[in-house]
Write a protein that binds this ligand. Sequence first.
Ligand code: ADP
Length: 554
Amino acid sequence: MKTNKTLKSPQKKGKCPLKIEACSHVQSLKALQELYFSTLSAIPHAVIGLKNRTIFFANEAVEKIFGWKPDEIVGKKTRIFYRNDEDYEEIAKRFYPRLEKQRTHIENFPCVTNDGREILCRVSAAVIGNVLTDKRIVIMYEDITNYKKIEENLKNSEQKYRELVENANSIILRWNSKGEISFINEFGLAFFGYSEQEIIGRHVVGTIVPETETTGRDLSSLMEKICLDTKAFEHNINENIRKDGSRVWIAWTNKVVFDENRKISEILSVGTDITAIKTAEEELRTYREHLEELVKERTQQLEKAKSDLEHSNIKLQELDRLKSMFIASMSHELRTPLNSIIGFIGMTLKGLSGELNEEQRDNLSRAYRSAQHLLALITDIIDISKIEAGRLDSFPEIVSLKEIVDSSITAIRPQLNEKRLTLTVDMPADIKLNIDKKRLLQCLINLLSNSIKYTEKGGITVTIQKANSDIDIVVNDTGIGIDEKDIARVFQPFERLDSHLQIKAGGTGLGLYLTKKIATEVLKGNISVQSAKGYGSTFSLRIPVDLNLSIKDN
Ligand code: ADP
């Protein structure tokens, strides 16, 4: 066995300054040295031995941390570990005075690696022997760059988390299995109206949960339920209470944290105030219910009104019918004596009762015109009343349209001649109609006599055209025309439009009303007008060729 040998160390064999003399405790010393070096090489931090500030020993971790092989740095100054001379002197200045206390360390000291990379080290030093006489020390460099970075990151994320929690527009609450509040964020404090000192450690029940709505402070059943079904507890909506006693609705999201024994250690709750939504929902519900009631009530009222209306409508219709019948019979009673008045006046005017002087003739002529006006009025009223009472029957027969047109012209010819107006008739070869002849003639005479009454110069044109199963009879004049705003009024009863011809033309205001009634209700057609003030009027009457067919169609 070799008695003088260099112990296995991070340095090359034989370069180890620790030589051991052979002696009786060589075995144990050797074992101690082996333990010593294997410990040094197992340490993950760089360890160097210094004598007179010169490296005489370095462990294997030096290479891992600084990139220097242990052999390379033996005999060098530790300056190689620092960025510059100042740092090198600085560390000496900070170390040596303190080393009297045998060991010391400096946190976060900047060092450099062999390839110039900066690292942060915790530098610890211990004296071997007497620092003043021996000047040998051991220095350990612990690379804390990564720790620092992790620490920094941790600090940053903690800061971010804190900011998030504090600035959140939600209540963030932590409470333990005993129901005690262990944390609440600023927002939560302001929301519930407590200071941190007032609320931390307090039981949730009676603080933010109304006491009346729980089974007291015993949360064990709740905790059991939570344990059994944490998922169901994840989201819930509760009515909570503030310090001032006001009630609020909060939607909670809960995260249950368990300890290693599967017991609840704490609950993290995030709450959002939904009082406004709840109130709106409530209002909406009340409103909806109220609305339903209102709709029901209104429907009942409407139904009643409808049935009342139907009742009164039936009554009204009946009354209307009775009125029309009354007018019809009364008018008949009036017409008979009136006809005899007209007849006798006519005979007297013709001189059958002897010679008349000028004044008598003039007075009788006035009476004759008035009686005729009255007769026309009564005749119209009788017709209208009959139509309205549903008593104006139609008597269709096969007739020649030309004959009807000729008859109407014969009837209005005297007025036409008197006013020196022209008349043009444009119609196809004779058309046969199955129609109520008397009523069509009445319509035509009405339209033609109106055209003559309201035309001062020019003339009247009658155009007749077949349109499929209908006949269009168009009466056009070059008269005073009708203002656009008055057009709708002309078919209303007793409507006479203002014009300089109103008095001279005479009339009852019933002619067009009656014509329309006959055209639609008796002849089953319709009538329309186009006119412009000062440019004449065009009345168009459309009636079916065969009244019977048209009645069947309807
Ligand atoms: P009236 O007996 O007054 O002629 P109508 O019912 O026949 O009554 O006509 C209603 C009103 O329509 C008339 O008073 C007149 O103002 C207007 N009117 C009717 N036909 C014409 C027409 N061809 N040209 C201009 N105005 C007309």
